[in-house]
Design a binder for this molecule. Structure first.
Ligand SMILES: [Zn+2]
Length: 401
């Protein structure tokens, strides 16, 4: 039996805050939680002294395209390993690699890669939970940095080849106003896939229909989506207002401190309630890399974006193109820019995505019986240690590596 004890830290479970908290891990599972270390066998077990640190559940990023020069559409195991290892160092212990609009064959290659990673977790640092398909059935008017050549309507002929590879697809972002999208969602009712409204120009009645069809999330709220329009003399809510209004919808927020100022994050939290807010990076391959020019998505598309001062933009500098953020940066943004408490912030990065994915029985919470995916943060919310399945996968060295 392998044991690990984490002691003397401030544990944010995130239902409660336990000062001077200790956690006993056995064979990758949390066995005991308490205060002080007297009841924990720290003399015989390997232990981590978390004095002066915050101990939080491992973070779950449901929207991450790449990092450290790699993108899931590179289609290689090495690319996925690179993304997984890079984001782990920033506190992500589980992720949904996010595949943007591409040809069906390229998307299937990436989905198969994710499927292999789901089935062989020992080869990856941060756990690969499944894939997030962002497109291709989205609005051309709200394409953002997606290649318009790959954006299309959802015909049965187009998505038919996908149907054999859906086992590990957990989330699909689509625009409900696009022809065939609601039928596509309805045809997958049995597959336990979450549908999210994103890159969409939908108006309120179309969004209500989408919710009726089972859509339960809004992808990167406020970015590349409709807002209020006027029809004759009346105003019609768009995706932004509907996302805020409808209780059936949770919302992703990009916490890179570029997409959303603190004031809008405050508005979102105030309107939705903290339990419906899910923190994501939307990181692209320029995350963890120097400024420069990078291909977004599939390299063969040669769809270049630029990263200047750490900000990813389309080549005409008119739009943000994903982010270079990591989950630790996103945590910091919510605390420093939007004034959220650490406990609430941690919920948006752990418990809330776990609940959305229906995996809170194992992940996203520090409690007895859950997987021991745990992150230690210093007082400035910088990641110090990352534990996955009870195993220390990363410890920050003095060199900051
Ligand atoms: Zn997007």
């Amino acid at each position: 039996m392998s044991q690990l004890v984490i002691h003397s830290g401030t544990c944010i479970t995130p239902f409660e805050v336990i000062k001077n908290g200790s956690i006993l891990i056995e064979d990758g599972i949390i066995k005991q939680i308490g205060q002080g270390k007297k009841d924990f066998s720290t003399e015989t077990s390997p232990h981590v002294d978390a004095s002066g640190m915050f101990v939080i559940p491992g973070m779950i990023d449901i929207h991450v395209n790449g990092g450290k020069g790699a993108n899931i559409l590179d289609g290689t195991q090495q690319a996925l390993k690179t993304m997984s290892e890079f984001h782990l160092r920033h506190g992500t212990t589980s992720m949904l690699p996010t595949i943007i609009s591409s040809s069906i064959s390229k998307m299937i290659t990436a989905i198969k890669l994710v499927e292999t990673a789901v089935n062989h977790p020992q080869s990856y640092k941060a756990r690969i939970l499944g894939s997030h398909l962002e497109g291709p059935y989205i609005s051309k008017e709200q394409k953002g940095a997606h290649n318009p050549a790959h954006i299309r309507t959802a015909t049965a002929e187009d998505y038919h080849p996908l149907l054999d590879y859906l086992e590990t697809v957990r989330l699909i972002t689509a625009a409900p106003e696009i022809s065939g999208v609601l039928e596509f969602a309805r045809s997958l009712e049995e597959n336990d896939i979450i549908f999210s409204i994103g890159h969409s120009n939908a108006k309120y009645p179309q969004i209500v229909n989408a919710v009726g069809t089972g859509f339960s999330l809004v992808t990167h709220l406020y970015s590349v989506m409709s807002s209020i329009t006027r029809q004759n003399l009346t105003r019609i809510p768009g995706v932004v207002e509907s996302g805020l209004l409808l209780d059936e919808l949770s919302v992703e927020i990009i916490g890179d401190n570029m997409h959303l100022p603190g004031s809008l994050i405050e508005l979102i939290v105030k309107t939705k309630g903290i339990d419906k807010v899910i923190l994501v990076t939307d990181a692209m391959r320029g995350a963890g890399m120097p400024d420069g020019s990078y291909y977004i998505g599939d390299k063969d598309d040669k769809n270049s974006i630029i990263v200047e001062n750490g900000v990813a933009k389309t080549s005409d500098r008119q739009l943000l193109a994903g982010s270079t953020a990591t989950m630790d940066v996103c945590l910091n943004t919510l605390i420093s820019e939007a004034g959220l408490s650490l406990k609430d912030t941690v919920k948006t990065a752990t418990l809330n995505p776990a609940k959305l994915l229906g995996i809170e029985n194992q992940y996203g919470i520090i409690a007895c019986g859950k997987k021991a995916d745990i992150v230690l943060l210093d007082q400035n919310y910088q990641v110090q240690t990352v534990i996955v399945n009870g195993k220390i996968e990363y410890t920050k060295t003095n060199k900051g590596e």
